[in-house]
Design a protein. Structure first.
Lengths: 114, 113
């Protein structure tokens, strides 16, 4: 069956270090993958999109990699800050034209400790 | 610019009743999607509308329905509410689907008692 897995336990990182979050999937052939941030009581906020033919994307302190052979995406936050504490969700899209609903992982709760 | 607006923010309904939730997308966005979020299942896709047409549908029973108006505003309806329908219902809009990322509203928290 199709499955998207993210670290179910909270990830505690010391301020200033790099936080690395993992998104693994099985029985999908995604055309693209997105990462979102969600704070309590709020809707998810879009961060980055990476397509199946791209290996890496960067945006400021954020970096995403996408390995379709390993069926895995890694999400990195460098020079992490307490304000980066949130739940991070990965989401897969299977249509190359973007005309499909996203399938979300359950998210990883990231805690950046001062 | 204004974000995605969902109303109401909170709702309490009784089993068996029906409910209508509203979503106003970002101006110019023609795609509106709906998701259900629960602690156990996470975010699950309900349906997507584009230019008043349902373009995609998730794996939910027929009690869940939606529509989109000519101004891109969307509503979703849940009939014959069950306790398990208690969830955060999120609406997301985009220019033309997922490739540019979705902008989510803050959601409607539905509690069925």
């Amino acid at each position: 069956s199709q499955k998207i897995e993210q670290n179910s336990e909270a990830l505690n990182i010391q301020e200033g270090k790099t936080a690395t979050l993992t998104c693994n999937y099985t029985n999908y052939s995604p055309a693209y993958l997105q990462w979102y941030r969600q704070d309590p009581g709020r809707g998810p906020v879009f961060l980055l999109l990476i397509r199946e033919n791209e290996k890496e994307k960067r945006k400021e302190r954020l970096k995403v990699t996408f390995d379709t052979t390993l069926k895995q995406s890694l999400f990195h936050i460098t020079a992490s800050q307490p304000a980066d504490s949130a739940t991070y969700l990965c989401a897969l899209g299977v249509s190359g034209g973007g005309a499909d609903g996203l399938t979300f992982g359950k998210g990883t709760h990231l805690i950046i400790q001062p | 610019k204004a974000g995605v607006t969902q109303t109401p923010r909170y709702l309490i309904k009784t089993r068996g009743q029906q409910v209508t939730l509203s979503c106003s997308p970002i101006s110019g966005h023609r795609s509106v999607s709906w998701y259900q979020q629960t602690p156990g299942q996470g975010l699950q896709f309900l349906f997507e509308y584009f230019s008043e047409t349902q373009r995609n549908k998730g794996n939910f029973p027929g009690r869940f329905s939606g529509r989109q108006f000519s101004n891109s505003r969307s509503e979703m309806n849940v009939s014959t509410l069950e306790l398990g329908d208690s969830a955060l219902y999120l609406c997301a809009s985009s220019l033309a689907g997922g490739l540019g990322g979705y902008t989510f509203g803050s959601g409607t928290r539905l509690t069925v008692v």
